[in-house]
Design a protein around this ligand. Structure first.
Ligand code: ADP
Ligand code: MG
Length: 727
């Protein structure tokens, strides 16, 4: 984690690393090599470099505390009652001895105050601690309580001797820095690092930390000057000071990221001339009048208008369409493709799995009917003569529209004139794959429309897709009944079965989904198969038929089983999450999720989206074990409480953190020093708005009042590489 954070220093500092210099004692520029800081020296410098990547004084300045000790709040030893809670106590060290040896060697101490005694245990840094801790002295101890052998103790506490200075200290907040064993051995524990930071901050002059934001921003948004914020992030005197410092630094992080993303977007718009689709033609109009089986929702209409404006603008479209499960993204995609075809161009639509691509193909050819549009299908399973014929037609321009999987972006697939590429369920596609589509056009790049499977929180969208324009379909087609969701356990097993029987008796169908994180996981496979067998006993043929689909099956077998379910020949579909995205069987009214606690929120929401597609009341039953983690419980509760995908996405972001959401793992863009997209949405929104306004008025940042911004962007230009990759 530390390593990751260190990379972010790029955001702040010109890299002068290995050539760092020695400077005299009067000045202390930030590029001073760390060993010249008073109290460091060559040995400690070595460990600081190795353990924290701190090479210069500037690096150290950006080694932020991860926590603060509020010196005004102390517990008494008798308060230490709850396992897992953090406590800060003050007391006299009464005993200190080592126990065990070799790898099991540990140091055990007893701290006593007027209310009782608590055991402290260390397994690491034993030698150093043994030499430095003194029985009889008073210490402040901070740590997380655990229970061992029926008694509370604190393993690996932070300890600090109470001295006349720090006892009287006016400061009520002490920074605690990330440290490591090796650092601790050199005396650079949290406290040692605190001392270094103090020395550093006392030694640098304000001139060494230039302001990066213009005065009008500091004043307009009540932001602390950079210099002051850096002082106070390390040594705040109150919670308010800390908040103000953190706000300024988070703002800066998010602001410069947004400024850069918006710049990329502007540049691309200026540079990339796009195909002009300025007419709404016969295909579109006939489809709209004769084929469209329902009235579009207002949201669908609005998004189509936005797309239409893009397509006619003369610039390449790069738009993301967000919409909840079932909001009707497919028809929006189709009508956009008709616009391209009406203007004499080809269109393609790419889905992440064979099943999904197939399904799009089926529903789109069905929707189009006899309109006279030639639609092709291409995936890895299309082989031999069929494939050759398709490729030929595509290159000759006889096919208007092709739907498929990744196979579409392979080099040997040539279009005559690709005008619009639609990527469904974006987050399964890598960045490079998205980029590969650009090259498919004959001359100008095709317009690109990205559709997400599930909503992503606004803050995340602004960052991950910050260079795209975003449309939101925030309305479901009318007449949908919200899916009723309940949380059940083994005690309810019989009732759940009875319920399934009732629904099937009404002619409905049901999904039963098992977790299979890795399709190779043996235990999961057994779990799935024994679930299937149990269901087969409870729902025996010939009255009942059950389909089964999992990732280890051959594509053809999967397809066969899927089809039987789609046609209504089977009543129950037992499956893993291979059916998660996109599958559309309106007659299915029950979704049972086994071991629901093991699924992520967005997965659960996707699964639930498989039902509730028809006019009937649908149900989602989340089966779980009895023992649930706090997060697991909150996930299931969230599902029970709301059907709103955007709200669910926000909870997901808060619980998992931005880096762990599906599809975002590989993104370097979500690494921040201080900012947290789950919590700092307001700051982010403001930062983006301001960045946008500034670029609007002064695209090249030439105005004198924006000089600091330009300077900062230029001096941190290395980091821009990371961002340019996301498009
Ligand atoms: P998603 O946004 O999840 O991809 P789909 O495009 O698969 O949703 O649409 C879900 C279902 O809703 C489909 O059966 C589709 O035909 C139907 N649908 C889409 N738009 C409308 C509408 N405006 N009115 C009624 N039904 C609609
Ligand atoms: Mg869809």
């Amino acid at each position: 984690m530390l390593q990751r954070h260190l990379k972010q220093f790029l955001l702040y500092l010109p890299r002068t690393r290995p050539g760092a210099k020695a400077h005299g004692p009067t000045t202390m520029p930030l590029d001073t090599a760390i060993e010249y800081l008073k109290g460091v020296g060559p040995q400690r410098a070595e460990v600081l470099k190795k353990e924290l990547g701190v090479f210069t004084c500037g690096d150290l300045l950006f080694h932020f505390p991860f926590r603060y000790i509020d010196r005004t709040q102390f517990h008494r030893v008798s308060d230490i009652q709850t396992e897992g809670e953090q406590y800060q106590v003050k007391g006299i060290l009464r005993r200190l001895e080592t126990a065990g040896d070799g790898r099991a060697k540990r140091l055990v101490g007893t701290l006593r105050d007027e209310t009782g005694a608590i055991e402290l245990i260390w397994f690491q840094g034993v030698q150093w601690l043994e030499r430095n801790l003194k029985v009889g002295k008073e210490y402040v101890v901070f740590g997380r309580a655990t229970q061992f052998g029926g008694r509370m103790n604190i393993p690996h506490p932070e300890v600090e001797e109470v001295t006349p200075e720090n006892a009287q200290s006016a400061r009520s907040f002490d920074p605690v820095y990330p440290s490591t064993d090796k650092l601790t051995q050199k005396g650079l524990d949290a406290k040692g690092l605190r001392k270094l930071l103090r020395t550093l901050l006392d030694g640098i002059s304000r001139a060494e930390i230039p302001e990066t934001l213009p005065d009008f921003m500091l004043e307009g948004y009540r932001l602390l000057p950079r210099w002051e914020a850096l002082q106070k992030i390390h040594f705040p005197e109150s919670q308010q000071e800390l908040d103000a410092a953190a706000r300024r630094l988070k703002f800066e992080e998010l602001f410069f990221l947004q400024l850069r993303l918006l710049q990329i977007r502007r540049r691309r718009k200026d540079a990339s001339k796009g195909l002009v689709f300025d007419k709404i033609g016969a295909y579109f109009n006939r489809f709209y009048r004769e084929k469209l089986p329902f009235e579009l929702t207002e949201a669908q209409k609005r998004v189509l208008r936005e797309i239409r404006t893009d397509l006619a603008s003369g610039q390449q479209m790069n738009r993301l369409v967000q919409g909840d499960v079932g909001s009707g993204k497919t028809v929006v995609a189709l009508m956009s493709m008709l616009m391209a075809i009406d203007n004499g161009y080809q269109a393609c639509m790419m889905a992440p799995t064979e099943i999904l691509a197939q399904q799009h193909f089926t529903s789109i050819t069905e929707l189009l009917g006899e309109l006279g549009i030639n639609v092709g299908f291409l995936s890895g399973t299309v082989k031999g003569k069929k494939r050759a014929a398709l490729l030929e037609q595509l290159a000759a321009g006889n096919l208007h529209l092709v739907i498929g999987t990744h196979a579409l972006i392979e080099d040997w697939v040539q279009f005559k004139n690709l005008g619009l590429a639609i990527i469904d369920e974006q987050h399964r596609f890598g960045v490079e794959q998205r980029a590969a589509l650009w090259k498919k056009g004959a001359g100008l790049p095709p317009h690109v429309l990205v559709m997400t499977a599930t909503p992503i929180p606004r803050t995340l969208a602004m960052t991950l897709y910050g260079d795209l324009d975003v449309s939101v379909i925030d309305e479901l087609p009318p007449g949908r009944k919200p899916v009723t969701t309940t949380h059940r356990n083994e005690h309810h097993r019989l009732r759940v079965q009875g319920f399934l029987r009732e629904e099937i008796a009404k002619g409905r169908q049901a999904y039963v989904v098992y977790p299979m994180i890795e399709e190779t996981e043996k235990a999961d496979m057994l779990n799935l198969m024994s679930g299937y067998e149990a269901l087969s006993r409870d729902f025996p043929p010939p009255q009942y038929q059950i389909s089964i689909v999992h990732g280890k099956m051959k594509a053809a077998d999967k397809d066969y089983e899927m089809r039987r379910f789609v046609k209504g020949e089977t009543q129950i579909m037992v499956a893993t999450t291979v059916i998660e995205v996109g599958v559309n069987v309106p007659n299915a009214s029950v979704m049972v999720v086994e071991n629901a606690e093991r699924f992520g929120l967005s997965q659960l929401h996707q699964l639930r989206g498989r039902v509730g597609r028809g006019a009937d009341q649908s149900y989602c039953l989340l089966m779980s074990g009895f023992k649930l983690s706090a997060d697991g419980r909150e996930r299931l509760q969230t599902m029970v409480q709301t059907n709103d995908g955007f709200q669910i996405a926000e909870v997901d972001l808060r619980l998992r953190g931005p880096g762990n959401l599906e599809g975002t793992q590989q993104s370097g863009m979500l690494r921040f020093l201080l900012a947290d997209l789950g919590r700092d949405g307001q700051i982010l929104t403001a930062a983006r708005e301001i960045a946008s306004r500034i670029l609007e008025a002064d695209p090249a940042l030439q105005a004198p009042e924006n000089a600091r911004l330009r300077l900062h962007l230029e001096s941190t230009g290395v980091a821009a590489r990371v961002w340019s990759k996301i498009s």
